[in-house]
Design a protein. Sequence first.
Length: 437
Amino acid sequence: MPVQRKNIFILGLDEANLPTLESVPESETYRFHPLLSISELQEGEVSVADLMSRAREVLDAHEGGIDAIVGYWDFPVSTLVPMLGSEYGTRTTSLESVVKCEHKYWSRLEQQKVIDEYPNFGMVDLDSADPQPPEGVDFPMWLKPALAYSSELAYGVSDMAEFRTAVNKIREGIDRVGRPFNEVLELLELPPEMAGVGGQVCLAEEAMTGIQVAVEGYVNDGEVTIYGVLDSINYSGSSCFLRHQYPSALPPSVIRKLHKVSERTMRQIGMDSATFSIEYFYDPKTGDISLLEINPRHSQSHAELFDYVDGAPNHHRMISLALGNDPALPGGQGPYGVAAKWYYRWFGEGTVHQVPTPDELAAIERQIPGVRIDVVPAEGQKLSSVSQQDSYSYEIAHIFTGADDEEGLRRKFDQCVAALGLAFDDTAPGGRDQKTS
């Protein structure tokens, strides 16, 4: 008798993640269905009401059961999952718990109730004729909207001149995500401290220093579980990621502290039946950690890393929780001891050429075992036209590597960059790629 496959609808299902989704344990019992495209969900100013209407059309037209509705992207996907789950009876966390993570100011208010590991912060009045840093928040600091994609509109500032420049840039771009975020906030009963705050606000936070770390976990029936800690290494002299590396090389005492702070925080947020990813800074000089932000979903960027080291992508936890199954897995069952996701970046404007075809990329992956490559821009595309980029660089390719040690990871990355053979023209001054040390 054939196995009855579970129908799993994925908001923003993309080709890059399909191979890792199809390699999760028991994937032969799942049928993955796309639910809205990446361009519908993330390009331009989205309408949450419109996206909900389009999603309903797809779900209502489906012949058969709807066993799970999931997603691994930020807003609006993160909020659509519980909204659709509530309508279609699928297992998700609450909308309020997601927004408490996504809204950077509300998230800080929740964090300060249970932990001390966060920076000084406050709101910047964008409507003021002369905006000022919040009282008690000193330079250097970061300015960012309450909600943003991939560090978009996030600026590090060290004096009032840079502060004013950043405020003007945020004013110009905040509506794209802020307005639709307001649609979601209106669905919630907000606490007094969030009255009148809204989604189009700017947050200022004192800059944190040290090593960036990501903690991945989930909450199931109220129990918080941490299943992975990863190190995030930046390009030299830059705030842009060079690579994420798993597992973390931090001391066990620091790992234990990260676990404890994450557990307290997620219990306060009230998340359940869902994955999360929390970013921190660890200062090796003082031994202190400081929470940067909470993502109410696992990181799809880390899927290959967990597959290389643990033998299963982290997508497994998302799917298992949505289906009401046990998400636990033993670690260290993969073919490699360490793994990394590398960001091949360009730090200036340019047009990309000689982009390998899918067949050529597949040939590189065959020649270098334990790698996977996704090129971001298309042939002849101007880098400034690539969506979802940070404020300081352009992502050219994502290169996933698995190896026995860090030296092996670096060697495979260098081999991949050389094999890609990408070329750029019209490069603006200062547009040379940066060292990967």
